[in-house]
Design a protein around this ligand. Structure first.
Ligand SMILES: [Zn+2]
Ligand SMILES: [Zn+2]
Length: 153
């Protein structure tokens, strides 16, 4: 399963991240802040939000916006993808900025299987090199460190 296969555009996935960032201190975000951060006109911002609302990822009320539980689940997946790739690249010897940049490019495009394998390979790390929490995934992280190795013929 790839994030991009959920029927969300890249812009919409970016929107989810921005709304999360704007609301992480517990305050709902305002449409103007959102549009500024997306670098679009308020009318365009409104369009992104309406589409996300129809798909059930965002709640919009009296000019403020927040993520629904379904939106939060997506956010968690993005964070997990990003931080697992970043941690792996960092542990391979890449500097933190480059690791971050590569993780950013990959975060919507990696499969769950790929991420779970990397997670398992690294022994289910709990923090990325920036010290941010890596969302744990029950089916992956409650198991011992196992990686399926396919023999090469
Ligand atoms: Zn990063
Ligand atoms: Zn894991």
């Amino acid at each position: 399963m790839i994030l991009k296969d959920l029927g969300l555009t890249e812009r919409e996935l970016d929107s989810i991240q921005i709304i999360f960032d704007l609301t992480k201190d517990g305050w709902p975000a305002r449409l103007t802040d959102f549009s500024n951060r997306m670098n679009v006109k308020p009318s365009t911002g409104e369009e992104f939000l309406s589409s996300l609302e129809k798909k059930g990822y965002v709640l919009k009320k009296n000019g403020v916006i927040k993520l629904t539980d379904k939106g939060m689940e997506i956010m968690e997946k993005i964070e997990r993808n990003h931080r697992i790739v970043e941690t792996f690249l960092y542990r391979m010897g890449m500097d933190i900025e480059n690791a971050h940049r590569n993780a950013k490019n990959m975060e919507y495009y990696v499969t769950d299987e790929f991420i779970d394998n990397l997670c398992s390979l690294m022994g289910h790390p709990r923090e990325c090199p920036h010290g941010n929490k890596i969302p744990q995934k029950e089916e992956c992280c409650s198991r011992p460190q196992i990686m399926k190795i396919v023999p090469i013929r």
